[in-house]
Structure formats: structure tokens, C-alpha cells
Design a binder for this molecule. Structure first.
Ligand code: IPM
Ligand code: MN
Length: 356
């Protein structure tokens, strides 16, 4: 019997189902070659869950995710659910899933594929060779801090971090840095915020256990500027929840299309792997979305969560080959395309190359 892995699948809203289907196609192509098998169980989250059950994250989805070896997720949200109260919106489902899975470490690589160096809005010489990872704390900070609320004419949220929360995310960043360029830039606002001073002190302390890693600190405003000025100076960026939210969107655009980059939310019993882009309701159902970010997320999932290095290499190499041979979905059609393809055709090409 081949080795079996149980994958929880949350397709979500908008383009979610279309792109996740292509990732599954590629996973199955690789499984056949590697003599393994993936079993998929689908769960609802986001708008589709609201429509079917009244809540964005049904208990069944949490239970299903917890018993899966890993979760592959598409995207959630759309105009249909924009006017609901905050706790009933699709996004609340995602935040609650992260919390339920204790997925405190969000890993967002930004790499610039050589073939697409012209797709960036920045000059090719600025972005060529960019290969950085944002390590974002995901279950704390101002997203979850108490107290929060509204009273009369004011509204408030609280940015809170405890030492253990900072230590555990810092360790994740240092471990990643050890396997890469051995450089960490910790991003905070320690010139203004108490919570950032604690962040900085704690990261400094953890750094003592990793003498090989070169640690620097940057204020978040400067980091936002440096990412555009000279992104190649970064290897691993370690930061808190909201700064990481903002900086990872910024970093993603170095690569030219938000449709290319994967992410992982890990640290707890089951990790969630998803493209960094959203549900793109404007193009949903047309079969034109770029599935590469989701396919790359599937690769990250089997590499980091399941330890399937050879299978993951197959997928990563297949993506590179598809781009090198000029296959492009519409979002990148203007950049050295030889064959413009739809979502399914891109999935087919990558699945074929991955099985070679
Ligand atoms: C992200 C998203 C989410 C976040 C939203 C949808 C809640 O922007 O994954 O970056 O802010 O974390
Ligand atoms: Mn975001």
C-alpha cells in the first residue's frame, strides 16, 4: 500500500474553487510518480459557509482541519458578504481558524522568478534575484488584543504581545534563517510602542542561541521604504501581525503578480497553506485566474508539513519550467508569453511537467 496523506481542503469563495482544483490536479500527478496518495476531505469556510450554515467557520471545519495532516486553502470573501457584522464576515472565519489551529507562524516567501523580472513595477535590476521570506506572527498583536470595542464616540484595539508569544515566533524565524542566508531583520516600531520595545529585547535574547545568524532591527516605516529601495538586502523579515500583514502585501508585488506567491500558517497541530492573494470576485468563475500561487502553496504544504521533499521539488521545478517556456495566465500575458492559457490549462501544463 502506498503511503497515504489526509489533506483537508477549504476551497472557499470567488476564484478559490478554480485554483484549488488545479493544485489538487498537480498533487495527484506528483503522487502517482512518487508512489504516495493524497486523500482529500472538503470543508466549508467563508461566504460559502455563511450561505450553507449561517457562520463563516463551522465547528465541522475546525474538527476536520484538526484531524487532517495539512490543510490546503483557496481564498474567501466577496461583495455578497461585505455588509455583514464583523464577526459574521468571511474574514472572521479565517482569523478564527488560525486561532483554533494555533497557527501562530505565517511564512510568506517573496521570490522574483527570473523569467518574470519585467513583470514587476520596479526596475529589473532592483528586483532580479529577490528571495526573501516574511515571518509574520499570526495569532496575537492588535488583531486579537483585548480590550477592544466601541464606546460612545471612540473605538479601540490593543496591541499586546507576551514574551512567550514573541519567543516562539522569533525561534521560527531563526530556524528558517539558519537554512537560508542566515540574516534576520526584525521589524517593529520600538521608537514609539512599548510592545515593540519588548519585541526587540526578546528577539535579541533569542538571537544569542543563534550566533551564526546576523540580526538587525528596523522600524516599520523604514522597512516599508527599504523594501522598495533595495529589496535584495533582506533574507528573513521577522515581524508582528499587522506590520507583517502590510509588509507581506508590499513584498509580494516585487514579484510582479500577486498570483504567484504561496504562504503557510503553521506552528500548531495542523498547518494551513494558501495563496497570499484573495478571492478576486471580479474574475471568479471565468477560468482565467492564475493558479500558480495555490500550486506553490501545495508544494510548500507537502515539503514543510509532510516532509515530501522530492515531490515538492517536482512541483517547484514544474512551475519554473512552465514560466521559462512562456506559459502565462492572463495576469502575466504581457510578459514574454509564448502561450497564454486559462486556469485549467496552466494546471495541466504544471501537472505534466511535475510528472516528468
Ligand atoms: C491576510 C489577509 C487577512 C489578514 C484578512 C483577510 C483577515 O489580509 O491573510 O493577509 O489580515 O490577516
Ligand atoms: Mn493581508
Amino acid at each position: 500500500m502506498s503511503k497515504q496523506y489526509n489533506i483537508g481542503v477549504i476551497k472557499g469563495d470567488g476564484i478559490g474553487p478554480e485554483i484549488v482544483d488545479e493544485a489538487i490536479k498537480v498533487l495527484d500527478a506528483v503522487a502517482a510518480k512518487e508512489g504516495i496518495a493524497f486523500n482529500y476531505s472538503e470543508y466549508l469556510m467563508g461566504g460559502v459557509a455563511i450561505d450553507a450554515t449561517g457562520v463563516p467557520l463551522p465547528q465541522e471545519t475546525i474538527d476536520g482541519a484538526l484531524k487532517s495532516d495539512a490543510v490546503l486553502f483557496g481564498a474567501i470573501g466577496g461583495p455578497k458578504w461585505d455588509n455583514l457584522e464583523r464577526h459574521l464576515r468571511p474574514e472572521s472565519g479565517l482569523l478564527a481558524l488560525r486561532k483554533a489551529l494555533n497557527a501562530f507562524a505565517n511564512i510568506r516567501p517573496a521570490i522574483v522568478y527570473d523569467e518574470l523580472v519585467n513583470a514587476s513595477t520596479l526596475k529589473p535590476e532592483v528586483v532580479q534575484g529577490v528571495d526573501l521570506i516574511v515571518v509574520r506572527e499570526l495569532t496575537g498583536g492588535i488583531y486579537f488584543g483585548e480590550p477592544k470595542g466601541r464606546e460612545g464616540d471612540k473605538a479601540y484595539n490593543t496591541m499586546v504581545y507576551t514574551i512567550p508569544e514573541i519567543e516562539r515566533i522569533a525561534k521560527v524565524a531563526f530556524e528558517i534563517a539558519m537554512k537560508r542566508g542566515k540574516k534576520i531583520c526584525s521589524v517593529d516600531k520600538a521608537n514609539v510602542l512599548d510592545v515593540s520595545q519588548l519585541w526587540r529585547e526578546t528577539v535579541e535574547r533569542i538571537a544569542k542561541d543563534y550566533p551564526e545568524v546576523e540580526l538587525s532591527h528596523m522600524y516599520v516605516d523604514n522597512a516599508a521604504m527599504q523594501l522598495i529601495r533595495n529589496p535584495k538586502q533582506f533574507d528573513v523579515i521577522l515581524t508582528g501581525n499587522i506590520f507583517g500583514d502590510i509588509l507581506s502585501d508590499e513584498a509580494s508585488m516585487l514579484s510582479g503578480s500577486i498570483g504567484l506567491l504561496p504562504s503557510a500558517s503553521t506552528g500548531g497541530p495542523t498547518g494551513v497553506y494558501e495563496p497570499i492573494h484573495g478571492s478576486a470576485p471580479d474574475i471568479a468563475g471565468q477560468g482565467i485566474a492564475n493558479p500558480i500561487a495555490t500550486i506553490a502553496s501545495a508544494s510548500m504544504m507537502i515539503r514543510f508539513e509532510l516532509g515530501l521533499e522530492a515531490a515538492a521539488d517536482r512541483i517547484d521545478n514544474a512551475i519554473k519550467k512552465a514560466l521559462a517556456e512562456g506559459y502565462r495566465t492572463g495576469d502575466l500575458a504581457a510578459f514574454d508569453a509564448k502561450t497564454v492559457c486559462n486556469t485549467q490549462e496552466m494546471g495541466d501544463v504544471i501537472a505534466r511537467f511535475a510528472a516528468e
